[in-house]
Design a protein around this ligand. Structure first.
Ligand SMILES: Cc1ncc(COP(=O)(O)O)c(C=O)c1O
Length: 476
């Protein structure tokens, strides 16, 4: 069946006319396509699915902008290749010179509903004409209440006697969600230690950076960090044996531990899926020692893995969930979602000015509807297609490992002839992909991650695999 997922020549919803989702995503997108509309197109192509390069890269306008950028922005930013984005639509990005790229990054797993999904843009337009800001920490407004109600209802927590099973604190970013989660866990338990994982990435602010165990460069020169964090290896039963049999008895009294902070699938660390039973066993350890289980779903959440929260793949109920990235399809928003019994801190103990901004919440409310009405299903199906294609590539080209991941959170390792991680070749592959119009990102030591918008079509997955195949033909 041919369905409308990309937005080229896509009708743009009239402001204020956001259709209520019906039945399935397919029905809903058809409904959008049939609604009374104004047209939004990118002039280069009709229903384009694939990259189209019309200049050498970077083109002249891109180069000029890069030169201006280099003079005035922080040198701490990491840009792998010279993409200067001007417009996004679905899974395609147009640069300032009119080149069109197929985006397998979603702006680092953020543009969940695709770039400029017409319903998200419609909701943003409508909300921005009514109220841009009023500070949810001090006042009330409906988009924030509605979003908190939805997140609370969908959180994989047990029922509670407190009226709602969850309560939500809104933030502006992933790091800030981790800060909030960490503070809440310490406040609730009145304990000071935390366990986190090597390879984990939780953000750049002090608390989040202290939890991070991904690259030493990320904490070099910034010490001292927040005390009390112990990192152990990720994802294996051997690591949990070491925690229980060695650390708990030698230097880490479990009664001092407020929380274990874990990514259900490690993101920056390499899209690593833990061993079977690892996450359930963490839950069990937490229960036995009255430790809180914080899951960092900043990258793995919001439908990316085919479920709203990746932890749901293991049937584990956490105590606190940190989200951000995909929640508002690109507007800055994050959330700390906690069991109602845990989020009992008193007025003034934690808040912020911008968290839960009404426009970002309006975007998030529509994002959640779109996820539920077909995008999570699409993530699951397209993820299987992607993994099948990468498996085939891996059998032909020795430098690519078998894929791993869930839904549209998929990675392969790039290896040398001895099967060792080969970061230099990985970096070259990322560059080559860019010059063929395919946007990819690295992760882990020598991995390539695939985290496209969840609206990606089967044709676009096939195109990405074809581009990769052509590139790999040049590699040993
Ligand atoms: C799992 C995870 N947690 C936290 C963060 C930090 O999010 P932000 O960059 O929005 O602060 C990231 C960012 O990549 C992430 O992947």
């Amino acid at each position: 069946m041919s369905i409308f997922l990309g937005n080229y020549n896509a009708p743009k919803l009239i402001i204020g006319n956001i259709p209520t989702p019906v039945g399935s995503f397919h029905e809903m997108t058809l409904q959008i396509a049939n609604s009374e509309t104004t047209m939004q197109t990118i002039p280069h192509s009709d229903r384009l699915q694939e990259p189209k390069l019309i200049t050498s890269l970077p083109g002249p306008k891109a180069q000029a902008l890069i030169d201006r950028d280099r003079a005035v922005t922080s040198p701490s930013y990491t840009r792998d290749y010279p993409l200067v984005a001007k417009r996004g639509d679905g899974c395609l990005i147009e640069d300032v010179d009119g080149n069109i790229f197929l985006d397998m990054t979603a702006g680092i797993a953020v543009a969940a509903t695709g770039h400029a999904h017409p319903q998200v843009v419609g909701a943003i337009n409508e909300q921005s004409q009514q109220l841009l800001h009023m500070c949810g920490a001090d006042f009330y407004y409906e988009p924030m209440v509605q979003l908190a109600e939805t997140l609370a209802a969908k959180a994989p927590f047990p029922q509670s006697d407190l009226g709602s099973k969850a309560r939500v604190l809104f933030t502006n970013s992933g790091a800030e969600s981790l800060e909030g989660a960490l503070k809440l866990a310490k406040y609730h338990t009145q304990r000071w230690r935390v366990i986190a994982f090597l390879g984990g990435f939780h953000g750049r602010t002090y608390g989040a950076m202290s939890l991070t165990g991904s690259k030493s460069l990320q904490c070099r020169g910034f010490g001292p960090l927040v005390p009390g964090v112990t990192h152990i290896p990720y994802g294996t039963h051997a690591s949990l044996d070491y925690l229980e049999q060695t650390l708990f008895s030698s230097m880490l009294p479990p009664s001092d531990v407020a929380a274990i902070v874990v990514e259900p699938i490690q993101g920056e660390g390499g899209y690593l899926v833990p061993d079977d039973g690892f996450l359930p066993r963490l839950r069990d350890i937490c229960d036995r020692h009255k430790i809180l289980l914080i899951v960092d779903e900043v990258q793995s959440g919001m439908g990316r893995t085919g479920k709203l929260f990746a932890i749901e793949h293991w049937g584990v109920m956490p105590d606190i969930i940190a989200v951000a990235k995909g929640i508002a399809s690109g507007l800055p928003l994050g959330a700390v979602i906690a069991r109602s019994e845990i989020m009992t801190w008193t007025p003034g103990s934690h808040a912020n000015t911008f968290g839960g901004n009404p426009v970002a919440c309006a975007a998030a409310n529509v994002t959640l509807q779109l996820l539920e009405n077909g995008l999570m299903e699409n993530a699951q199906e397209r993820g299987l297609q992607l993994q099948a294609g990468l498996t085939e590539l891996s059998s032909t080209y020795g430098c690519i490992s078998l894929p791993r991941g869930k839904g549209l959170m998929v990675a392969v390792d790039v290896c040398d002839e001895q099967d060792n991680p080969d970061p230099a070749t990985r970096d070259r592959l990322l560059q080559d992909a860019f010059y063929q119009g395919l946007l990819l990102l690295g992760c882990g030591r020598a991995s390539i991650r695939f985290c496209p918008p969840l609206v990606i079509t089967s044709e676009q997955i096939a195109i990405s695999l074809n581009i990769l195949t052509e590139i790999l033909k040049k590699y040993p």
